[in-house]
Design a protein around this ligand. Sequence first.
Ligand SMILES: Cc1ncc(COP(=O)(O)O)c(C=O)c1O
Length: 475
Amino acid sequence: MVTDILETAEEQLGTNAHEGHHDAEAAQVADAAHDHVWVHTLTWNEYEHGGLHVFDHAEGSTIWDVNGKAYLDGIAGLWVVNAGHGRAEIAEAMGRQAARLGYANAMNYTSTPTALLGEKLAALTPGDLNRVFFSSGGSEAVETALKIAKQVQAMRGFARRYKVIGRRGSYHGQTMGALSLTHAKNEHWFGPFMYGVSHVPHPDRYRSDFGLEGEAADVMAAKFVEQEIVAQGPDTVAAVIAEPISIAAGVHVPSKVYWQMLREITQKHGVLLIADEVINGFGRTGTMFAIEQYGIVPDIMTLAKGITSGYAPLAATVVSDSVYEVFQQQPSIPMGHLLTFGGHPVSCAASLKNIEIFEQEDLVKRGAETGAYLKSQLDELRSHPSVGDVRGTGMVYGLDLVTNKETRAKIAKDGAFSKRMNELMMERGLITRLWDILHLAPPLVITRDEVDRMVAIVDESLTIAERENASDFTA
Ligand SMILES: Cc1ncc(COP(=O)(O)O)c(C=O)c1O
């Protein structure tokens, strides 16, 4: 049984290796996708005008579409494939686990790989973050964190502490609780949202809400968190949630003092601090977890994406001993939360193998080193009229694209320049994400040659798109 499954997996891996499909087959797959797959954010215009891409196989930092065209994966899927594509060892570990135990009831029981992964995550995460609630994706990990924060506050005797403070511009997911914390949430379609959510300014040094420069902007942003807690009434606030290094909000790396202040402020007011490491975690920012760079331990941490490098859906909400303690002190009360696929054995086996690869290949260090090289190359692009700033750390960067370097006015998110850039980069074989920020976050295993190719494509695309849209740029 086990060998059959492994053989099948190997056969599939064999055929995966860089073989395109015949034209007729490729067309059939593309038609099936066009007619039946709801690609999450694709508009019908994009379906109809060349925006639909069907990917078929991948290796390292390269991904091939169904027609056999190769692309550099400049954003590691969606900040996911940290260990790189085509890791047969992970596929094999999953096959072995599926054959041994494919699923175990997550409501009342757990399984061997889930137990071992819980222990591993407790060892890897900082301080006393020792208890892991598993789920399947980042939004679920955030929902779980919110519910834990609320229930723990209530069990500690503060039933009125239900409010949650997030930050403007942040992204925490799309399920209703996580969406309520996400800043751009399409109120006109999905409102009203979870009651009791408010947003404070971001630690953004490039366009500070306070007109401040450098660390002073971060200090003021942290003070705002305290002001908001006080304004809401500290006895009504359950938690503050933030990404240590914000990604969707524009790739901002705050100074150490910001997170140290957040830790002090939340502790002082009895508010739980949630660090959302869904993107930040697993080596993306140059350390295993970004919060390590700030020398503090949050009460709750959310993990997903790089936890399996995308080989299987998995997420985790890791809480400190002092948070879990309340369930030990009131031992007949369970957490009011259950997700059928939480801690799926096959996903946990994928994660264990993924972490083993991280350790064997020193991937965090390797990613940080190649990332520093990527940063040095991206800095060269500052000579472009549209490149206002280059930010990031580790292997996660953003080019802040502007129409005027002095005013720092952003390019239009869906404007002609940004659309053309996306087109030019895809034509040249580079996948990135561009709204007003051009995101670059390839797998940690990317080589320097691939970095050079990636930056050359961005450079050339910027030159062409700037020339074609010259009237957009005023300084
Ligand atoms: C910081 C952060 N939190 C949560 C999520 C939601 O994760 P998912 O899309 O896996 O639900 C994301 C997704 O990009 C994210 O960036």
